[in-house]
Design a protein around this ligand. Structure first.
Ligand code: PLP
Length: 404
């Protein structure tokens, strides 16, 4: 008789957003007259920018003619896209990343889940708490996390770095030395960021102890403050200790189009072994490339028209963030985030835990958010609202919350 991968059986409960979906569906069925405003899930709502649509139409037409048809894409991605990424996201910012250090993929979720494959099962991971659940769950599936304690909601072999109001939602260097350190800034779910100096401390630490930082910069486009790094490679020494993950989902609305990339510098080595070579081998074996049409759409993100249109789109969401931030403050809530990230992290009112506040807000305001405890034990007592709704719905949601 065959056996399943028992690591999968260790995963606790159902996925956070399916639990939320079920609760909202049940409430809607009971109260069909109520309109519900969803500020829970991190999906975008604005349509693709015209420059991107134009590039996609052109690429679709190319696919209809033998002379311009494209089959399998090159392993690492098309050169036109990797060149545009290297120039705009790195070299223009003073970070020396070359096009052949970039691996184009269909998004940061897959990459953030798959990257652990090139590391030994003996490696110990460190994660922020609260955290984007993919980092932990994919290490559980791989068998790297030990046993789960439902009481503490923690895995025995994971190093947790609490991010709370006390430390400004920025992790501190862990007491126990990790091998792999997952960092995400601007952060999901807390909406917090760290400065370049703070990130430099992590880079120096990783180089000193021989750890790799897996740096998720999916929300980089939302940075509005000066001293916040746009890439970890702005820090000195990052090329010998850091892998960076990027997504086109939040800066360009590609959540349904699917495009992302991973940067692995050639200098990043474990002894003599190049991590770039390992990931290239993995990518070439298990992945057949993002579609040509989508990579052309990605290229348009970096065109002059694309850049201008997307700046406006990000501005639209950040105006929502401001509306939520000021509205919640006016209503007396303690809030953070929302300045360099599309997420607002609010403290639930006294005596209400995250899920109690979820129910309270759904039942009394018809507003859906995400309970902080769903992102880890240190998220208990917090709640996440996203700026990805329409402006009209965001204003309406805040009016309802203020009226409570
Ligand atoms: N990384 C973080 C921190 C995210 O919050 C998300 C999506 O919400 C992703 C990665 C996934 O990005 P993608 O749509 O490129 O898979």
């Amino acid at each position: 008789m065959y056996q399943v991968n028992e690591n999968y059986l260790k995963l606790p409960g159902s996925y956070l957003f399916s639990t939320i979906g079920k609760k909202v569906a049940a409430y809607s069925a009971e109260h069909p007259e109520k309109t519900i405003i969803r500020l829970g899930i991190g999906d975008v709502t604005q349509p693709l920018a015209p420059a991107i649509i134009e590039a996609m139409h052109k690429a679709v037409d190319e696919m209809g003619h033998a002379e311009t048809f494209h089959g399998y894409a090159p392993d690492l991605g098309y050169e036109f896209l990797r060149n545009a990424i290297a120039k705009n996201d790195y070299q223009d910012r003073g970070a020396d990343i070359q096009p052949d250090e970039i691996f184009v993929s269909d998004g940061a979720k897959c990459d953030s889940g798959n990257i652990q494959e090139i590391f030994s099962l003996d490696n110990k991971i460190a994660v922020c708490d609260p955290v984007y659940p993919v980092y932990v769950d994919t290490n559980v599936m791989a068998g790297r996390t030990g046993t789960y304690d439902p009481k503490t909601e923690r895995w025995s072999d994971v190093i947790y770095m609490p991010c709370t109001a006390d430390n400004g939602f920025a992790p501190e260097l862990p007491k126990e030395t990790p091998d792999l350190i997952y960092l995400c800034f601007p952060n999901n779910p807390t909406g917090s960021t760290i400065t370049k100096d703070q990130l430099q401390v992590w880079v120096d630490y990783a180089n000193k102890v021989g750890a790799v930082i897996i740096y998720d910069a999916a929300y980089e486009a939302y940075i509005s403050e000066e001293n916040v790094p746009h890439t970890i490679y702005e820090c000195e020494g990052a090329k010998t200790c850091a892998i960076e993950l990027k997504s086109f989902s939040k800066n360009a609305g590609f959540t349904g189009v699917r495009l992302g990339y991973t940067v692995i510098p050639k200098e990043l080595k474990c002894g003599d072994v190049s991590l770039h070579a390992l990931w290239a081998r993995r990518h070439g074996t298990k992945y057949n490339g993002a579609p040509y049409i989508v990579q052309r759409a990605g290229e348009a993100v970096y065109s002059e028209a694309g850049k201008a249109q997307l700046k406006e789109q990000v501005g639209y969401y950040m105006n929502n963030a401001k509306t939520i931030l000021t509205g919640l403050k006016d209503a007396g809530y303690t809030v953070s985030g929302g300045v360099n990230a599309p997420y607002i992290w609010l403290k639930t009112p006294d005596k209400m835990n995250s899920w109690e506040f979820f129910d309270y807000l759904l039942e009394n305001a018809g507003v859906v958010g995400t309970p902080g405890s769903g992102f880890g034990p240190s998220g208990e007592g917090y709640f996440r609202l996203t700026a990805f709704g329409s402006y009209e719905n965001t204003v309406k949601a805040l009016e309802r919350i203020k009226a409570l």
